[in-house]
Design a protein around this ligand. Structure first.
Ligand code: ATP
Ligand code: MG
Length: 426
């Protein structure tokens, strides 16, 4: 067992691509840490640096209290499982699993016993005498996992080990990995871009985007109290409602979020009110998960939006409604592109804005143009569809005028850069 500490670890690939930007992170002894983020954000690069398969450009890696930047991979006592766990095709399952122990010249009787025991835990004991070519994808991944675990490494690194499997197999193997790794107590760093995998497996989740650490915490902390709009959006199983509002404090009575056609009040008794009031007169971003909204009667006089049902969507266990409400929508704010830093250019506002436009989706481009001094309620903003959960029996029909109750306590408040206005509790 071992702890893993990254101290401002940076990776610049030959050619100048900045793949990981000053990542500082700690996996405690025996912890199951999940590294989550979209494709290309630098997850594999980070894992490969920990394994010693990729050089660290800057910063320090500590394994078990020892600085380990220059340790050879074989001296790190780290085992890694890849997305396509490559097996030796001419060896049997038993031969594949035994291989790391044979190389270490372990006692053959012990090897046999260990492989048999582990194959039972992984439910592949019936396949021990078969070759990899005769196995299913799920079975092959189990063998790859067994081969990595068999010599009981100090640190276990897994790079999307389940992503090539079908949904049923993923769920099954996910539970098995969780119980197996926990029973061994090996420090594990597990890479995925699947938020369900992250939430279900992790002791803690570290979430990154474009090579930059966005947030780290227990699944509950980062789901309920995300540090950035990116984290909130990435962890939402249904699309996060992201709206633009102007902060007002009329006669200092309360804080008002002005969405143009709608207003929501944040009373001074709300612990977030003071922090939001510091943005009076400016635009902020409001994130609302569909479960913070609910259909209400016309007579309801609590916090609410009104609108018209554009469409209903059937999801098997529930219906979702898309409600046109006329509030301005915003795209998820992205952190500045680190490629600029790698090329040695400083980020002036103009350059940064230009790059954001180059990489942003169409509606974000709109935003950028409109942010320049225009009234958010009046321009050509994309209008938000509120996504509302209706349960198993929708009381609404398309085109119906409706009222949507808002759980103000569950609003997430971000600056236009996507940072939290009220600091997350960690
Ligand atoms: N050997 C390399 N040389 C140059 N650039 C690289 C190299 N390997 C990766 N990159 C770039 O670094 C960035 C991060 O890549 P990485 O493979 O770490 O992403 P990832 O988060 O694992 O993505 P995925 O979820 O798709 O596996 C990408 O933009 C990728 O193109
Ligand atoms: Mg990868």
């Amino acid at each position: 067992m071992s702890s893993v500490v990254l101290d401002k670890v940076t990776k610049v690939y030959p050619g100048g691509h900045l793949a990981v930007d000053r990542m500082s992170l700690r996996a405690e002894d025996g912890e199951f840490l999940v590294l989550l983020g979209p494709s290309g954000c630098g997850k594999s690069t980070l894992l490969r640096m920990i394994a010693g398969l990729e050089e660290i450009t800057e910063g320090d890696l500590w394994l078990d209290g020892q600085i380990s930047n220059h340790l050879a991979p074989r001296d790190r006592d780290v085992a890694m499982v890849f997305q396509n766990g490559a097996l030796y095709p001419h060896r049997t399952v038993r031969g594949n699993m035994a291989f790391p122990l044979e190389i270490a010249k372990a006692d053959p009787a012990m090897v046999r016993e260990r492989v048999t025991e582990l194959s039972k835990a992984l439910h592949i004991d019936e396949t021990l005498d078969r070759r990899p070519g005769t196995l299913s994808g799920g079975q092959r991944q189990r063998v790859a996992m067994g081969r990595a675990i068999v010599r009981q490494p100090k640190i276990f690194l897994m790079d999307e080990p389940l992503s090539n499997l079908d949904a049923g197999m993923r769920t099954e193997l996910r539970m098995e990995i969780s119980s197996l790794v926990r029973s061994l107590g090996v420090t594990t760093i597990y890479v995925t871009h699947d938020q369900v995998e992250a939430l279900t497996l992790a002791d803690r989740i570290a979430i990154m985007n474009r090579g930059v650490l966005q947030d780290v915490g227990t699944p509950g902390q980062i789901y309920n109290d995300p540090a950035t709009a990116f984290v909130a959006a990435f962890l939402s199983s249904q699309q996060l409602n992201l709206l633009s509002a102007t902060v007002r404090t009329p006669q200092n009575q309360h804080v008002l979020l002005d969405f143009g056609p709608h207003q929501l009040v944040i009373p001074w008794s709300d612990p977030r009110a003071y922090a939001v009031s510091q943005h009076t007169g400016r635009q902020i971003i409001i994130g609302i998960r569909p479960d913070g909204l609910a259909p209400v009667q016309e007579s309801y006089d609590g916090p609410s939006f009104f609108g018209r049902v554009r469409t209903l969507e059937y999801h098997g266990h529930e219906w979702l409604a898309y409600v046109e409400c006329g509030a301005p929508a915003v795209a998820v704010p992205e952190p500045p592109d680190p490629r600029l830093a790698a090329s040695g250019r400083t980020e002036s506002g103009g350059l940064r804005a230009m790059v954001r436009r180059m990489f942003a989706p169409a509606e974000q481009q709109h935003e950028d143009q409109e942010q320049v001094g225009q009234n958010p309620g009046s321009g050509h903003h994309r209008r938000a569809d509120l996504i509302v959960r209706l349960g198993g029996r929708p009381a609404w029909r398309p085109a119906m005028p409706v009222k949507v109750g808002v759980d103000v306590a569950r609003l997430m408040l971000f600056t236009t850069d996507g940072a939290r206005i009220d600091p997350p509790r960690r």
